[in-house]
Design a protein around this ligand. Structure first.
Ligand SMILES: Cc1cc2nc3c(=O)[nH]c(=O)nc-3n(C[C@H](O)[C@H](O)[C@H](O)COP(=O)(O)OP(=O)(O)OC[C@H]3O[C@@H](n4cnc5c(N)ncnc54)[C@H](O)[C@@H]3O)c2cc1C
Length: 470
């Protein structure tokens, strides 16, 4: 079944964007704002992916966070760059922000509803609800494929046929969401690490050594929902490792990872606990909490048994259980050019996580680039990617070039940036100076590109700070 949100004449479409996720919506918006008529095709509600829960455009499938908003790191810097470049997703994330320390977390339902309102309400975007099973190459329009890590099977098979490559896949894991009133407030305390944010953004469940070791024991014994066969194929993204996989690498590994207690003073003891489980608000009203870094592949009954061993969660109700899922991405350095066009068929472009960027933010960034570049190409103007010294440019370069050890998806981090000039920062700058140097260099190098995409540039120091919501 096909359903249009608008009655604009289909003959007027100038570009087809497939996929109404973060990349597809950002890409469609960038094109439409530059005067180009877009057909945006989304398969939900007719077909759902294994992870999407709603029919809304721009759905965040797992965590509700776009991660750190601090420009001292590459993620926060990418936030800043996308805001300056006119990203719709960042603008709406700021509008629907919920308290989360220095992270940009959002009320996912309101965020998605607003994305839908902006996209479906744009006079140059026509939203069509249907599954694309084959690449629509016969229409002679540029096509952007932004179907994400859970591209439907039929389309993935067609892409594999087209690219001549076996589809590559690995598996991400998602964390449970808990019902707030079922958390025992007597046993937990509210604080942000090192007192950042509003101070009480996170709920912290402290554990002593005996509790921690018993928890690790139970975790390692728990039954998982995946087969040995699945496990052999699963190459988890390092930032999304299931807790069982982390625990299996050593009894203290979780304590140095998602259960790290540092910077969290327990007000009842005045000290750091042996280990901490952190919960982050899912919405402004704090009716639900996400278990931070607690992606798990345990069976649901085992999640109830094992996670209820955590102090404060003895009676907890699960609003969503953790699970593991497929991720599909292309060998982009071999297949795509800098505009993200398929080298063998340049009418076809890719955007978002399917290109091998990893994360909501990075997928948004990719959508912004593909939209801006395609608009320039249609106008016959030149638009090179931003300098790799910027966060956006470094991410795009990773997709274009990969790394010497082969191509793996990546989120953005300073390791993707070119090294700093020793004449500027000395031969061995400390970590803080290195980060500051990369940030300052990026801020100097971005404006030239912003002007090329038609943004009037104000000095970075005058970029208005985004107010955190109280
Ligand atoms: C289980 C899981 C958990 C994740 N957790 C996180 C997280 O916590 N934080 C984070 O930053 N990132 C996370 N990611 C990665 C995150 O999903 C992506 O980074 C981001 O959503 C990708 O954006 P996208 O626009 O490329 O794809 P998506 O947001 O997935 O959007 C793709 C859209 O295309 C549609 N579609 C698919 N096939 C077709 C078709 N044939 N025809 C028409 N429409 C189609 C889909 O329905 C979907 O709406 C997770 C991914 C998975 C799979």
């Amino acid at each position: 079944m096909t359903q249009d949100t608008q009655d604009r004449n289909p003959q007027d479409d100038q570009v087809v964007v497939i996929g109404g996720g973060l990349a597809g919506c950002e890409c469609a918006w960038q094109l439409a704002e530059r005067g180009i008529a877009v057909r945006l095709v989304e398969m939900r509600p007719h077909r759902r992916s294994p992870a999407h829960q709603t029919d809304g455009l721009g759905e965040l499938v797992c965590s509700n966070s776009f991660r750190s908003d601090a420009p001292e790191n590459a993620v926060g810097l990418l936030h800043e760059e996308l805001r300056r470049a006119g990203s719709l997703m960042l603008r709406l994330a700021d509008v629907h922000r919920v308290p989360a320390g220095d992270a940009l977390a959002v009320d996912r339902e309101k965020f998605s509803a607003d994305v839908e309102a902006h996209i479906a309400g744009h006079p140059r975007i026509r939203v069509v609800r249907t599954e694309v099973e084959r690449l629509p190459l016969d229409e002679r329009l540029p096509v952007v494929v932004a179907t994400g890590p859970l591209t439907s099977d039929a389309l993935a098979a067609d892409i594999a046929r087209m690219t001549g490559q076996e589809r590559l896949s690995f598996f991400d894991a998602i964390a449970p969401i808990l019902d707030a009133p079922s958390i025992d407030e007597e046993k937990v305390f509210r604080a942000s690490r090192w007192g950042k944010g509003d101070g009480d953004d996170y709920v912290n469940c402290p554990m002593d050594k005996v509790q921690y070791l018993a928890f690790i024991d139970a975790l390692l014994q728990a039954e998982t929902s995946v087969t040995e066969e699945f496990e052999k194929d699963a190459h988890y993204f390092p930032g999304c490792l299931p807790i069982e996989v982390i625990a299996a690498s050593g009894p203290k590994s979780l304590r140095f990872g998602p259960m790290k207690p540092t910077g969290l003073d327990d007000p009842r003891t005045g000290r750091w606990a042996y280990a901490i489980v952190q919960l982050r608000a899912e919405n402004r009203d704090k009716t639900a909490y996400n278990m931070v870094g607690f992606q798990t592949k345990m069976k649901q009954g085992e999640q109830r048994r094992v996670l209820r061993m955590i102090p404060g969660l003895e009676q907890v109700e699960f609003l969503r259980y953790g699970s593991v899922h497929r991720n599909t991405f292309l060998d982009s350095p071999k297949l795509l050019d800098e505009a993200m066009c398929l080298k063998s068929s340049p009418q076809l472009r890719f955007a978002g996580q399917i290109t091998g960027v990893e994360g909501y933010l990075e997928s948004t960034a990719s959508g912004l680039w593909v939209g801006a570049r395609l608009a320039a190409d249609l106008r016959g103007t030149e638009l090179p990617p931003p300098s790799p010294t910027t966060s956006l440019g470094a991410l795009l370069r990773h997709v274009r070039e990969g790394s010497p050890s082969g191509f793996q998806p990546s989120n953005v981090h300073f390791g993707l940036f070119p090294a700093l000039d020793p004449a500027v920062v000395g031969r061995k700058p400390n970590k803080a100076d290195r980060k500051a140097g990369m940030r300052d260099r990026a801020r100097l190098d971005l404006p030239d590109w912003l002007r090329r995409i038609g943004i009037s540039v104000e000095p970075a120091s005058e970029v208005p700070p985004v107010e955190a919501c109280g």
